[in-house]
Design a protein around this ligand. Structure first.
Ligand code: 9MR
Length: 576
């Protein structure tokens, strides 16, 4: 367990100590021009609220809304809306005798947390020693060289594969193409949305100072591993993992054999999509490397066309993640979109025209559904789209966002509908991210504001009361289901990681608090989360949950905050 921030508790001369679950706010705070709404569950008989500054002086008074019931959390809540209060400072909300956690209003309020999430990818590097000057107390020796991984029979090959590098997927040490594909799709699209994001030297990684932005450097670490995963025929192997999950330990001690498993259509299309993106993003920095990305992308596309229903399922006895993707339409659409954007070739354009109906299927993306990525990515390249596609993209994005804002307006927590399943934090963040593309396309600020309210959910305005980025907030996630965090003996979890979040299926639960599984105090869908090392179904990090949160926060920091300085030389330090 990590110490809670006493300093933040002592911010005010408190009439009553802040209580965990009563006032749900963004625990980091708000940009001056952003919406600012706190959720007040189960405090009857109060109809007003105040915003107190750090001297305890009232700076704002407002009236709470009427109670609204949320069936997913089982709560009646009121809302405190102080969006028109924009003075920079440190504050708490007061309702009756109850005080919220402290928060700030300032113009770079989510910058550090977004840099921390960016840095978490460096902390997940496989085949890599993390040195103290970049990793601080989280330094560790190299784990998993992956220079001679065993070809599993499902690969149709024998012998060994040289495939070092890449990021560990999650709490385990597996490297999976499908979850990494959607992850990099989100990250590279962020770079296209905000080219100045995470400039060189902003994240303090070994490549910092090489002239390339730190996000391009970090993504390239993963892309270099991707290239090793392509077979001679263009198809792409799905993963490198051991047969079963290793115990919770430092990577260098993992004794299990690392295997390469079979190829799949989904893995090949995720590969084709991200390699096509990489080909255009890295072109000016490294033309040869970028040209190779494009060749590989087109070869993977051709393989997928010729093998369009190869579904990977775990062979008997293999217990690591399967990421079995059964519906391939969205992967084909996304890969065609990226290939068309990069090459302008008629064949990819024709594919998009022939499948234009699918462009209406707007949704936040996850490893099993990347349709939304095709749409958001194309929305940034409207000038090269044929008129009929341009019209669909704009309307598809806008209609979807308008409907979701309608839902938000009547929802107790002011959040859009999202998939409350394993990895729900990724799904809601991805939904928020799509609002940003709608803002980019329409210029209408209501979409930007909606995205900011979704970010508030991640940072504390949710029914669990947790801030869902480790190392941040007043009520922190400290028992992440993450091997290194558990093994290192350091209080709390490594910073900058996003747990899966509420998951009503609770696949890891037992009925008893003292059983083997995770004990969920509440089984209400929006509260089905437990900050326990045992909870792989609600409290495990994954690169594909972090990426939409990263993109959402970094993009909002750009739109609401001050611009990233061109020559940013402040080296980010991990929180202690
Ligand atoms: O995020 C994945 C989730 O959608 C699946 O329901 C779940 C069970 O198959 O697996 C999740 O992904 C895990 C992966 O299989 C292995 N590494 C850890 C991932 C996060 O829990």
């Amino acid at each position: 367990m990590k110490k809670l921030f006493l300093s933040s508790l002592l911010l005010l001369s408190l009439p009553v100590l802040a209580q965990d679950n009563l006032i749900r706010i963004n625990q980091l705070g708000y940009y001056p021009d952003a919406p600012k709404i706190a959720i007040i569950p189960e405090i009857p008989n109060e109809s007003e609220f105040e915003v107190l500054d750090d001297k305890g002086i009232s700076q704002y008074k407002g009236v709470l809304t009427d109670e609204i019931y949320w069936d997913k959390s089982g709560e009646k809540v009121r809302r405190a809306d102080f969006s028109d209060f924009s003075k920079a400072g440190k504050y708490q909300i007061k309702v009756g005798d109850i005080l919220s956690w402290p928060f700030e209003i300032k113009d770079d309020v989510w910058r550090d947390v977004s840099v921390a999430i960016m840095k978490s990818y460096y902390l997940q590097r496989a085949s890599y020693e993390l040195e103290e000057k970049y990793a601080g107390v989280y330094k560790r020796p190299m784990g998993h060289p992956d220079t001679a991984c065993t070809m599993h029979p499902s690969s149709g090959k024998s012998g060994k594969l040289y495939a070092p590098g890449g990021w560990y997927d999650a709490g385990d040490f597996g490297k999976y193409i499908v979850s990494a594909g959607v992850t990099m799709g989100n990250m590279m699209s962020l770079i296209e949305l905000i080219p100045s994001v995470f400039p060189d030297k902003s994240v303090n990684i070994p490549e910092s100072g090489n002239g390339l932005s730190d996000i391009l450097d970090e993504v390239k670490y993963e892309l270099d591993w991707f290239k090793y995963m392509q077979d001679d025929d263009g198809g792409v192997f799905v993963k490198i993992t051991s047969e079963k999950y290793p115990d919770m330990m430092f990577p260098q001690y993992d004794p299990l054999q690392r295997n390469v498993y079979g190829k799949s259509t989904a893995a090949s299309l995720h590969f084709a999509a991200v390699m096509a993106m990489a080909a255009r993003l890295y072109k000016t920095f490294d033309p040869d490397w970028s040209a190779d990305c494009l060749v590989r992308s087109e070869r993977a596309w051709s393989w997928a066309e010729a093998n369009n229903q190869v579904i990977f399922t775990n062979p008997p006895g293999v217990l690591s993640g399967a990421y079995s993707n059964r519906n391939m339409e969205d992967e084909f659409l996304w890969a065609a979109a990226e290939l068309f954007t990069t090459t302008g070739k008629a064949a990819y354009k024709q594919y998009l025209i022939d499948h234009k109906e699918e462009l209406w299927n707007m949704a936040g993306s996850g490893w099993a559904n990347v349709n939304g990525l095709a749409i958001t990515s194309l929305s940034l390249y409207q000038d090269i789209l044929p008129e009929e596609l341009r019209t669909i993209i704009k309307k598809s994005l806008t209609d979807w966002s308008v409907q979701l804002i309608r839902d938000m307006n009547i929802s107790a927590y002011r959040i859009p509908e999202f998939r409350l399943v394993w990895g729900s934090n990724g799904f809601i963040a991805s939904t928020g991210l799509c609002f940003l593309y709608t803002y980019k396309v329409t210029g209408d600020r209501k979409f930007l504001n909606a995205a900011a309210e979704v970010a508030d959910y991640i940072l504390g305005k949710n029914a669990t009361g947790y801030c869902f980025v480790t190392g941040y907030g007043s009520r922190q996630v400290v028992n992440l289901h993450h091997s290194v965090s558990i093994a290192d003996g350091i209080e709390g979890s490594l910073p900058g990681f996003v747990p899966g979040g509420p998951n009503p299926s609770m696949q890891d639960a037992t009925s008893s608090e003292h059983g083997q599984g995770a004990y969920y105090e509440s089984k209400m869908p929006a509260k089905a989360y437990v900050d326990s090392e045992l909870s792989y179904a609600s409290n495990e990090n994954d690169i594909c949950y972090s990426a939409p949160v990263l993109a959402l926060l970094a993009a909002l920091d750009h739109y609401f905050g001050s611009p990233y300085p061109a020559n940013w030389s402040k080296h980010y330090n991990l929180p202690e």
